[in-house]
Design a protein around this ligand. Structure first.
Ligand SMILES: Cc1cc2nc3c(=O)[nH]c(=O)nc-3n(C[C@H](O)[C@H](O)[C@H](O)COP(=O)(O)O)c2cc1C
Length: 201
């Protein structure tokens, strides 16, 4: 099948677009409001965009609390979503009013960042502490801004739970990341294998 993306003329019950760009890592974003309140929300429009300096981004469809707080305070944390935290991650995605603390809502322990004035999930296997570098409104072919707010931040601190370090590596099999697929689907990382990059010359 083929369909023109802007018409969404796919004839399927749901747009398959996000199921194609999958699996996506979930950035579980911890922020503080300008009023001091804590906020936590999952974002699968999340990834690394630069390795040196280390820059990550999450993108908010509409101006949600995480984007607003990051814009107002200039900092955020990214918390690792492992299989044991799946239910808490989902609970924190509830569309609750501004000011509701999703750490409390999800039964999580909030701890304070080492390098940034933002809360993180104490139970998380890994945490990236970030300072906002840019907030971008993506523009479509028609020149109009999408109602998307891409928050980029430089990672200034990295916390890892020692239990997932094995043989000198961050052991993904131990950390058990959960990824977002399309629709309401998720996946855990499958069996791991190594593949060396090709050598030229
Ligand atoms: C696994 C998962 C991934 C999500 N990814 C996104 C995303 O990338 N962008 C977005 O705007 N909302 C996303 N959502 C929905 C937000 O988490 C939800 O709207 C939440 O209430 C936002 O919280 P906040 O307003 O406190 O930032 C996702 C929800 C789930 C469960």
């Amino acid at each position: 099948m083929f369909y023109k993306a802007d018409t969404r003329d796919h004839g399927l019950p749901h747009d398959p677009f996000k199921a194609i760009v999958a699996p996506r890592p979930i950035g579980w974003i911890g922020t503080r409001g300008a009023d001091g309140g804590r906020n936590l929300g999952p974002y699968s429009f999340f990834n690394i965009v630069s390795d040196s300096p280390k820059i990550v981004m999450f993108s908010s469809s509409g101006y949600k609390h995480s984007a607003r707080n990051a814009a107002e305070t200039g900092v955020f944390t990214v918390n690792y979503v492992s299989a044991d935290l799946m239910a808490a991650m989902n609970a924190s995605s509830a569309a609750v009013p501004y000011g509701v603390d999703e750490f409390d809502l999800a039964g999580l322990t909030a701890a304070e960042g080492e390098m940034v004035d933002a809360p993180y999930v104490a139970e998380a296997k890994a945490v990236l502490e970030c300072r906002v570098t840019q907030i971008i409104r993506p523009v479509g072919l028609d020149g109009r801004e999408a109602d998307a707010h891409m928050v980029l931040g430089q990672v200034v601190g990295i916390r890892i739970d020692d239990s997932v370090i094995q043989n000198g590596r961050f052991d993904v099999a131990l950390a058990r990341p959960v990824t977002r697929l399309g629709y309401m689907d998720y996946a855990e990382a499958g069996p791991l294998f190594e593949l060396a990059r090709p050598k030229v010359g």
